[in-house]
Design a binder for this molecule. Structure first.
Ligand code: HEC
Length: 121
C-alpha cells in the first residue's frame, strides 16, 4: 500500500522533472539521423574504400562491406576506432575526425542500403 503510494508519487515527480528539463532545453531529445547528410559524408570520404553503395570497391576487394550492416554494429565499430579499442591505422585516421552526429548519419546511411549482410533473428 505505502510502497505503491511512494512509487506513484515518485514516478509522477520524475515525469514532471523530465518534462521541465526537456522544456528548459536541459535535455536534448535524441535526434533522428540525417541519411542525406550521411550520404554526402560517404561520398566525400568513405566511398573511396567502401563504395558509395557500401558493397566495396574493386581496388580493395578485402575491405569490409558496410551496406545493410546493423546500424549499432557500425556505430560501435566507429566508436572503437575513435577510442583505440579497435586498432587499424587506416580506419583509426578515418574515424577520428567524425563527430557524434556524423557517425549517426553515415552509419544510418550505410545501414539503410541493400546488401548481403543481415542480422539472423
Ligand atoms: C582509405 C580506405 C578507407 C576509407 C576512406 C574508409 N575506410 Fe572504413 N575501413 C577500411 C578498412 C581497411 C577497414 C578494415 C579495418 C579493420 O580490419 O579493422 C575498414 C573498416 C570499417 C568499418 C568496420 C567494418 C566491420 O565490418 O567491422 C566501418 C564501420 C567503417 N570502415 C566505416 C567507414 C566510414 C563510415 C568511412 C567514411 C567516414 C570509412 N570507413 C572510410 C578502409 C577505409
Amino acid at each position: 500500500m505505502f510502497t505503491t503510494f511512494f512509487k506513484t508519487l515518485f514516478s509522477q515527480r520524475a515525469t514532471a522533472l523530465l518534462a521541465a528539463a526537456l522544456s528548459a532545453g536541459l535535455i536534448a531529445p535524441a535526434q533522428a539521423a540525417d541519411i542525406a547528410a550521411g550520404a554526402d559524408k560517404a561520398k566525400q570520404v568513405c566511398s573511396a574504400c567502401h563504395g558509395l553503395d557500401g558493397l566495396g570497391v574493386a581496388a580493395f576487394p578485402d575491405y569490409p562491406r558496410l551496406a545493410g550492416q546493423h546500424v549499432e554494429y557500425l556505430r560501435q565499430a566507429l566508436g572503437q576506432y575513435q577510442s583505440g579499442a579497435r586498432k587499424n591505422p587506416i580506419m583509426g585516421g578515418m574515424a577520428k575526425p567524425l563527430t557524434v552526429d556524423e557517425i549517426d548519419n553515415v552509419t544510418a546511411y550505410f545501414a539503410s542500403l541493400p546488401g548481403p549482410l543481415k542480422v539472423i533473428r
